[in-house]
Design a protein around this ligand. Structure first.
Ligand SMILES: [Mg+2]
Ligand SMILES: [Zn+2]
Length: 220
């Protein structure tokens, strides 16, 4: 790692800042007819993440808005050390961005206690004005990404050139693979560990955000 470059961190939300995946938790809980084949198609890569997430939420009536938000925000558990990690980034002048494939109605309320500026939080949007929930995609893929990510992490990472920044991804799963390939260092858990091993990406495994703080302190 190079001390002269500005450190910037891109941190995933579902399964990283929160212990579990909130989208899966919501859909499982409300259990709308027909969700399982859609989820299977996403896992098998017959559908893109954007298609799959859009179709899953379209199974929920907009009239359930309050109930869905209440459930989503009450079931989530924040991974230990996250509050301290936000503080650490602040003290060390590390720019922290939350790059989430999750949805605004749970991402913003769950992050609210941590004081992260809203222009450093990227996620998908939602529209409850129609018959069923419609997901909106304000940060969709731009060239050369054609993965149909929904919230496109590689597109955001590309705004930070490696000549000026030391770029770090923190994540756990499929939505982090493309961004992890582009950056200088990765903190990984779960499926992202296997991917980093396979592709020989520089990484350290983590369980809590305390692990990341310790590792960063020793690698300045
Ligand atoms: Mg994740
Ligand atoms: Zn993309």
């Amino acid at each position: 790692m190079t001390a002269s470059k500005k450190r910037v961190v891109f941190c995933d939300f579902d399964g990283t800042i929160t212990v579990n995946d909130n989208i899966i938790a919501i859909i499982r809980h409300f259990n709308p007819a027909g969700w399982e084949p859609i989820a299977q198609d996403v896992i098998a890569e017959r559908k893109t993440i954007r298609q799959g997430v859009g179709e899953l939420f379209s199974l929920l009536p907009s009239s359930m808005r309050d109930e869905v938000i209440r459930f989503a925000t009450s079931q989530a558990i924040i991974r230990p050390g996250f509050e301290q990690f936000v503080q650490f980034c602040h003290e060390e002048s590390i720019d922290l961005y939350v790059t989430s494939g999750g949805i605004d109605f749970f991402v913003y309320p769950l992050l609210e206690p941590f004081g992260i500026p809203s222009n450093r939080i990227y996620c998908n949007g939602s529209d409850f004005s129609g018959e069923t929930v419609r997901i909106t995609w304000p940060h969709d893929c731009q060239e050369p990404c054609n993965n149909d990510c929904g919230m496109c992490k590689p597109t955001i990472v590309r705004k930070f050139p490696p000549e000026q920044y030391e770029r770090i991804v923190i994540g756990d799963s499929v939505t982090d693979f493309a961004a992890a390939k582009q950056v200088e260092f990765v903190y990984a858990r779960s499926h992202l560990i296997e991917k980093c091993e396979q592709l020989h990406i520089s990484y350290a495994p983590f369980d809590t955000f305390y692990d990341i703080i310790e590792h960063m302190k020793h690698n300045e």
